[in-house]
Design a protein around this ligand. Sequence first.
Ligand code: ADP
Length: 657
Amino acid sequence: MEGEAARGEYLRHLELVAQNTSNMVVVTNGNREIEWVNPAYTKVTGWSLDEVRGKNPKAFLHGPRTSLTAASRLGASLRKGQAVTDFEMLNYKKSGEPYWVSLNIQPVANDAGEITQYVAIESDITQRKRAEQEAARVLHQLAEAQRLAKLGLMEHDLSTGELRCSPEIYRILDTRPGEIKPDYDAVMAHLHPDDDVAVRSSYERAINGGDLYEAEFRLISKTGRVKWVHARGALEGWDDGRRALFRVVIQDITERKDAEQLQRDKELLEQASRTQMEVLSRISHELRTPLHAVLGFAENLDRAEGARISERSRGQLSHIRESAKHLLLLVNDILDLTRLHGGVVPFDLQAVEVQSLAHDVIAMVEPLAAVRGVTLRLLPASPALYAQADGQRLKQVLINLLSNAIKYNRPGGQVDIRLRDIEAGGVCIAVADTGIGIAEADQVRLFEPFYRVLGESQLQVSHESSGLGLAIARSLAQGMGGDVTVESRLGEGSTFSLTLRRGSPSEPRGSGVTPAVVPSENPGADRARGTVLYIEDNELNCLLLESYLAQHPSIVLHCCTTGVAGLARARQIRPSLILVDMGLPDMSGAEVMQTLLNDPVLHRVPCVAFSADSDEDAIEAAIRSGFREYWPKPMSRQAVLEALERLLADEPLKSRF
Ligand code: ADP
C-alpha cells in the first residue's frame, strides 16, 4: 500500500512536470496514434488534445519542406523499438507556419516486451536553426566575396609553424588542399626567385617587430604561372605576451598588373611609332623639293635636248624620270601616312553619292586596266547609296583598292565593284578581283605600313609598289568613321571591303570625326562655278587638284588619264574648261588641242596647258596651238584657285552651250 501511495505521488509529480514544462510532450500508443499531448504542445503547434487524439503525428505535422529521408529514418527507428535522441525535424503548425523541433522519443514496453506506448519530449529549436542558417548564409557570402575578389587568408601559427590557408590561397597557387603541405616553407617555396629574398626579409621583420606587413610580389603557381599578389598582414599576440598568430590577407592582382604592363607597352609602342612618323615626315619633306627639281629638269632636258641626245641617253633619262616619279609618289604617301597618324588630316564629311563617285574612279583607273587586260564592272545598288564621307578621301581609298585589284590580277582577269547597304546604318563598297589572292598569314599584316607580299607574282609589279597604299586606305577609312577589311584565297582572288556610315543627302555638312574644315584661302573662288575636265596621266596630280577643289562644290572636276579618254569625256560632259597635261601617254597636248578645235561643239571651250615644262619655246608653241593659257607645274593651291576663278567667271564663255 505504501509503495502504491509513493507511486501515485510520483505520477502526480510527473504530471505536474508534463503540464508545466515548456517542452512539448506527446504520448502515442504502439500504433503511433496520439493518446495525450501537454499544454506546451498546444501552445507551440496550435493543435488541442481533442483535435489530435487518435491521429498519427506525421499525418498532420509534416509539410512541403519536411525532409522525407529524415521522416522515414525516424519511422524505421521507432518501428524497431529504438529510442531517438536529439533528432531534428521541420514540422508545421496548425497555422501552416513551419517550426524546427528536436525530438527525444522513448518507447515503453509491457512485461511481454511489446511496445505499448511512445513518450516524446520535443523542444522548439526554430530560433537556433534560423541563427545557424543565417550563419551559413553569411559564411557562404564571405566565401563568395573572397572568391570573386580573389582574396585569400593565411594564418601563420608562430608557435607551431603551422599555416592555415583559406580556399582562395590554394586557387591562387593552382593547387588544392592536401596537395601542398600547410606550412610556412611549403608556401614560401612558391615565391618568384626575383622577389624571394625581399619578401622573406620583410615578412621576418613584420613577425618579429609586430609591424603591419604590406607588399606586392610574384608567386609561381603549381602549374608554373606567374601570379602577382598584394599581401597585407598583422600580428595577433596572445595575452601572455608570447608570439601568436600572424594573419595575412593575400589578393591576386595579376589581371591589374597585366593590364598595367599592357598599357605601358602600348604607350612605349605609341611613342616609338610617333618618333618614327616624325622622322619619316621630316625626311619626306626634305626629299620633296629636290625630287620635284629632278623631275622638272629631266623633263626639260628631254624636251629641249631630246633631238640632240642619243637613243640610249633618252632611255636613261626616261629611267630617271620614272624613278623620280616613283620616289615622289612614295614620299607623298609617307607624308599622307604621317599626317594621318598625327591626326592633322581634315575630313570634310558629307553625304556622298557612291555610284557616281565610283564611276569617276573607274574612269581614272581604266587605262591601267586596259594595259593589263583586266575588265572592270560596277554592280550598282538601287536605290542610290549615300555614304558619310569626304569625297576626295573616298576617291583616294577607292583608287588604291582598284589599282591593287588591277595590279595584282591576272591577264584577262575581272574586277567587280559592288555597292550595297549593310546593317547598322552602313554602306559597303566591295572590290573583288580574280587575281593572285593573299595567303592567310599575309592578310593579317597587309595593312601595316611598308608591308608587301613577296610572292613570285607580286614581284612582277613590285617596282610599282611601296606597301603604303593599304595602310593609308585604312587610316583614311577610319578617319571617316569606317574601315577596310580583306577576304582572300590564294590563287583565287581577293575582296577588299570598304565600309562607311550611311549618309543622308539632307544632312548638314561636316558632322564628321574631325570637323576641321579648312577655311577658304581664296574666297573669290567660291563665286566661280562650272565643270572642269582635267586630262592628266599622273594620278597624284589629279588628286592634288581634287584636293584643291574640295572646298568648292560649285566647281565639278572630272579627271581622265589619257588623251583619248579625255576627248570622249569632253564630248559627253561639255565642260566649261579643259586642263591638259602636255605629256600624255597616248597623244601630245598639241594633238589634243587640235582635235578639240576641229570639234563642232567643243572648239570654243577654253583650254589650258598644264605642264612642268617651263621652257619659253614650249610655252609659245602651246599658245600658238590654241591653248588660252599655260600653267607651270607645280602650282600652289592659291594660284590654281585664282586662275580658275578668272577663267570660269568669264561670262561669254559660260553661256557658250
Ligand atoms: P602596294 O600595292 O603599293 O605594295 P599596298 O599597301 O596597297 O601597297 O598593298 C600591300 C601589299 O598587299 C601589296 O604589295 C600586295 O602584295 C598585296 N595586295 C594588295 N592588294 C592586293 C590584291 N587585290 N590582290 C593580291 N595582293 C594584294
